[in-house]
Design a binder for this molecule. Structure first.
Ligand code: NAI
Length: 320
């Protein structure tokens, strides 16, 4: 159990690795023997401008420590070029960490189409482009690891972040589907939900919290999810402050809205069953795939076929 988890021979792409979380990921992977493509466009936190300095300084730091790294300065919206750098310079790609991100926070009333588009371009389209370009390599070699980066704003919503929440929520959907499509090719896709002091959060978090929430506390969680020893696929992991935990969907026990198939569902029957519909305290389940989710709906139909829907909860009903 004390064996160090290493990444020798593995080629890792970390997008947005010129600072913040991505930098911590790149340094850790390199420290553990991986060859790292340090991608960063080098623009502002709002996505304006570009510079090679951010990626270069992280590559220098890795090389000085005896690690292996090359820079890439393309935007993730041209993700295929980033994967091409990995293949050209290191001959393969094993691990992709989709981390690059920007913010355009505004209340919804002030949000412009441009604010919406750029956030979705960088986060969703960017993660799609890199993943799409890496996918064929992963399939051919029967090995791949993808991390997509969501946010509590994506899972729970947050004032002033309609664009960002939608994009970050979209990445959970992307991850969950890639996890299912990649499973038989040993391609694992998981989602990280971080919280860290970085330039994105310097005006949001109080200074003492900003300093305490170090990106280095999250990097080992990402590295573990990307390691060949980790079987996890399709999970959402929150990590911050030296803490990590899985998030997942919960479905209430629910209610059947009519007693039999020849009755109608009415607005009043919905009203009358509302407390059961939203009650998560009894008979809740945690479906992770549409097939699993369907099971309960099929049970509900069978109960209505038998005319037993009245006052019956789907899970409680006796189907025998
Ligand atoms: P950061 O601003 O320190 O790092 C993001 C990096 O991405 C920057 O170096 C930036 O130049 C780069 N980047 C931006 N657009 C790019 C593009 N089009 N192509 C290539 N590189 C680009 O921010 P931080 O906090 O390290 O964020 C990393 C990721 O974590 C982001 O996706 C962010 O949304 C997410 N996140 C961060 C949280 C936090 O508490 N810091 C909370 C939840 C999510």
């Amino acid at each position: 159990m004390n064996r160090l988890l290493r990444f020798d021979g593995r080629v890792v792409v970390v997008t947005g690795a010129g600072g913040g979380l991505g930098k911590a990921y790149a340094l850790l992977f390199a420290d553990r023997g991986a060859s790292v493509v340090v991608n960063d466009l080098g623009g502002t936190a709002q996505g304006d401008g570009r510079s090679q300095m951010a990626a270069d300084s992280v590559v220098d730091e890795i090389l000085k420590k005896g690690g292996k790294a090359v820079p890439n300065y393309d935007s993730v919206t041209e993700g295929e070029k980033i994967i091409e750098t990995a293949v050209k310079k290191f001959g393969r790609i094993d691990i992709l960490v989709n981390n690059a991100g920007i913010l355009r926070d505004r209340s919804f009333v002030k949000m412009t189409q441009q604010d919406w588009d750029i956030i979705n371009q960088v986060h969703v389209v960017g993660s799609f482009k890199t993943s799409k370009a890496a996918w064929d390599h992963f399939r051919k070699q029967n090995y791949g690891r993808i991390i997509n980066t969501s946010s509590v704003a994506g899972l729970l919503g947050n004032f002033g972040q309609a664009n960002y929440s939608a994009a970050k929520s979209g990445l959970v959907g992307l991850s969950n589907t890639l996890a299912k499509e990649g499973a038989r090719y040993n391609i694992h896709t998981n989602t990280i939900v971080p919280m860290a002091g970085s330039r994105l959060t310097e005006n949001i978090l109080p200074p003492e919290l900003h300093d305490a929430l170090k990106p280095e506390l999250i990097a080992p969680v990402v590295a573990w999810l990307c390691h060949e020893d980790c079987d996890e696929n399709g999970v959402v992991i929150e990590a911050a402050a030296g803490f990590a935990a899985k998030y997942q969907w919960q479905r209430a026990g629910g209610a059947i809205l009519r007693s039999s198939l020849n009755e109608s569902v009415t607005v009043e029957s919905v009203r009358d069953k509302w407390s059961e519909i939203i009650d998560l305290s009894t008979n809740a389940d945690y479906p992770t795939a549409p097939e699993e989710a369907m099971g309960k709906l099929m049970d509900a139909l069978r109960i209505q076929q038998k005319g037993l829907g009245d006052a019956q909860n789907v899970s409680r009903a006796n189907l025998s």
